[in-house]
Design a binder for this molecule. Structure first.
Ligand code: ACO
Length: 323
């Protein structure tokens, strides 16, 4: 059977870091409050003129180099972002052009914080149909551009960054011991759309707007939604939670991450957490965390890696990868 096999990954963070202490000088907050409620200590902020496609290209180049591939080997780019360079065209085509790729297909996926899981599942499906050979799956965000920097309830939570993986279609015998994306589950429920949204857009206000969030409501649903998606993937792949080598969640909030791991019975030592130093980078957070754990030697080929996310919409989902 055809599987989508991870060939390499990469990430990029803008140079500028913004600490909790700096935020406390901007709005009525404190390092203590932010750390207690979210686990976040600092986040990266894109430089003026540095746009989502720029971050994505840096991450993609690193992933290509890890895979030992030239950009031209890629025939599919799926970019997850809620902060595209423009309303259209898709930022994925800008990434494609910047990488010098002129063939194949490139498009954006919009599922906010769940974007990377949605993009990975989309690329995996397209590779398994045989229509494409090698995909760049990227999560890239510049949430600093849609934050109301006077609103302490949101501006302390998010950051900018990008991460990417190269997936390649390959024949595998088809047991869970074989490498590749083993399964994914995606969910949405638009009844929750007003709990986390941007208050503008081309078809409503004509402006780009600011992020608005009912934090408590997001928190209330997060653990249940995420764990049900993870449990569905475990069941569909005939895997037990104890088989998971690395649990790589969307980095929204340390309390949500810990709550999910606890409910699933995943040991603390298996959690990859970067929220303290990246903040919530939306669709970029999972590939940033994946690359962090690959670069420091935790995730190795053959490891069983569970990714999961929940975000605006609400959207949520999970995917299991034999790395
Ligand atoms: N600094 C200091 N005080 C603050 C801040 C701040 N940055 N923000 C809010 N407060 C105050 C509030 O005004 C409130 O004050 P009051 O009691 O006088 O009214 C008090 O702190 C408590 O506010 P709550 O909103 O009740 O705080 P809560 O414990 O719910 O924590 C938080 C807020 C951190 C946003 C939490 O609800 C949360 O983590 N929610 C999940 C949100 C999330 O992860 N969003 C990410 C996007 S979605 C995703 O990626 C899954």
């Amino acid at each position: 059977i055809t599987r989508s096999i991870v060939r390499g990954c990469g990430s990029y963070l803008p140079a500028r870091t913004l600490t909790n202490a700096e935020l406390a000088a901007m709005v009525d907050t404190s390092d203590d409050w932010i750390v207690q409620r979210t686990g976040i200590r600092e986040r990266h902020i894109a430089a003026a003129g540095e746009v989502t496609s720029d971050l994505a290209v840096h991450a993609a180049e690193q992933a290509l180099s890890a895979a030992g591939l030239e950009a031209q080997a890629i025939d599919l780019i799926v970019l997850a972002t809620a902060t595209p360079d423009h309303t259209f065209p898709a930022s994925a085509v800008t990434v494609q052009a910047k990488l010098g790729i002129t063939g194949g297909a490139a498009f954006d996926v919009q599922a906010v914080c769940s974007g990377f899981v949605f993009a990975l599942a989309t690329a995996d499906s397209m590779l398994r149909t045989g229509g494409f050979k090698r995909a760049l799956v990227i999560g890239s965000e510049t949430f600093s551009r849609i934050l109301d920097w006077k609103d302490r309830t949101t501006c302390v939570i998010f950051g900018d960054g990008a991460g990417a993986v190269v997936l390649e279609a390959g024949e595998q015998p088809g047991t869970i011991q074989d490498r590749g994306v083993l399964g994914a589950r995606l969910r949405s429920d638009g009844r929750h759309k007003d709990k986390l949204y941007v208050d503008g857009g081309p078809s409503t206000t004509g402006t780009s707007g600011y992020l608005r969030m009912e934090g408590k409501e997001v928190f209330r649903h997060a653990v249940t939604m995420i764990t049900s998606a993870v449990e569905d993937v475990l069941e569909a792949t005939g895997t037990k939670a104890s088989d998971i080598d690395w649990f790589v969640p969307h980095q929204a909030n340390q309390r949500i991450i810990d709550g999910c791991a606890h409910k699933l019975g995943v040991g603390r030592e298996k959690i990859v957490s970067t929220v303290a130093i990246h903040g919530n980078t939306s669709a970029a957070s999972i590939p940033l965390a994946l690359h962090t754990a690959v670069a420091d030697g935790r995730i190795k080929p053959g490891d069983l890696v569970m990714i999961e996310a929940m975000g605006g919409g609400f959207t949520w989902g999970a995917a299991l990868i034999r790395w």
